[in-house]
Write a protein that binds this ligand. Structure first.
Ligand code: CP
Length: 314
């Protein structure tokens, strides 16, 4: 595809192509230093209107590892403060010769809007509570590394599902690959309507945990809680936090993911986050390979379409 806006637009075949290429790039991600020239002559712009550590840095490194030039935009210090609109900002940056724009924004649909106004390819790096497709991809890639085929696997997404773009992208991708998906958390953070997506809704972690092969611990998004936190942080940690006692009641080979950032002691205790079931840092390394794959496949598609156009005109 020309863009990556959400996993709903991608077939299993397209996702497998991303995984295959990510496998090729993975040794490069583990060693550091080595470079390729797959994206030589390309310009990748990162437009992050919301905070990020992992996504922004890994997209930036992914582009450089593949030989692209990069530009980083942050709203603070930009002409947004003078009233320049989102679309004008992006179009002016595009005019500097951008091929692919990586966009994170607090408003759901912001990357989709740009894809209708720009010629550059748009990669969604997280839009509000809507979608975070590269996180969904890297989570599924990590699960497959450890568990193989996703069919017959039970994967629980635990926590603040209501505000989680990561949950939506996980649900979309995991269901595509045939996993059984349970969303679990307090009723205030896990709306019942999610059942319509084809997932199981649960409010008691201890009841579902023994069935789980994989648990993805989602962050409580304090910055998006509109009417205060209910239950309280302390109650949440008691009922839904992953700790050593809970882990002892789970399958021995339970795979524990968290997209990061984590609130240590809230969703997950430090000993579990840093323990042997946790693959939190592997997810980050895999994220670099996935983002390299996404950028290079989109660049290939742009080259293919440009060549088709040339042939059409000759
Ligand atoms: N997981 C994730 O998207 O992290 P950042 O917000 O730090 O990019």
């Amino acid at each position: 595809s020309l863009h990556l806006l959400g996993l709903e637009d991608y077939s299993i075949g397209e996702i497998e192509m991303i995984f295959k290429r990510a496998e090729e790039y993975l040794p490069l991600c583990r060693t550091g230093g080595m470079k390729r020239d797959d994206l030589k002559g390309k310009m990748i712009a990162n437009l992050f209107f919301e905070s990020s550590t992992r996504t922004r840095m890994s997209f930036s490194l992914a582009a450089r590892r593949l030989g692209a030039d990069t530009m980083d935009f942050a709203p603070s210090g930009s002409s947004i403060s003078k009233g320049e609109t989102f679309i004008d900002t992006a179009r002016n940056i595009e005019a500097m010769g951008v091929d692919i724009m990586v966009v994170r924004h607090a408003s759901p649909g912001a990357p989709h809007l740009l894809s209708r106004h720009l010629n550059a390819s748009i990669v969604n790096a997280g839009d509000g509570a809507h979608s975070h497709p590269t996180q969904g991809l890297l989570d599924i890639f990590t699960i497959r590394q450890h568990k193989g085929d996703l069919k017959n696997l039970t994967v629980a997404l635990v926590g603040d599902i209501l505000h989680s773009r990561v949950a939506r992208s996980n649900i979309n991708g995991l269901l595509k690959f045939g996993a059984r998906v349970i969303v679990c958390g307090p009723p205030t953070l896990v709306p019942d309507e999610l059942r319509q997506l084809g997932v199981q809704v649960a409010h008691n972690l201890d009841a579902i945990l023994p069935e789980c092969d994989v648990v993805n611990m989602l962050r409580i998004q304090f910055e998006r809680q509109r009417s205060g936190m209910f239950p309280s942080i302390h109650e949440y940690a008691l009922l839904f936090g992953m700790n050593s006692e809970r882990l002892a009641r789970a399958k021995k080979d339970l795979l524990l993911l968290a997209p990061g950032p984590i609130n240590r002691g809230v969703e997950i205790t430090p000993e579990v986050a840093d323990g042997s079931n946790s693959v939190i840092l592997e997810q980050v390394t895999n994220g670099l390979a996935i983002r390299m794959a996404v950028l290079s496949l989109i660049a290939d598609e742009r080259t293919k379409r440009a060549n088709q156009k040339k042939v059409g005109h000759s």
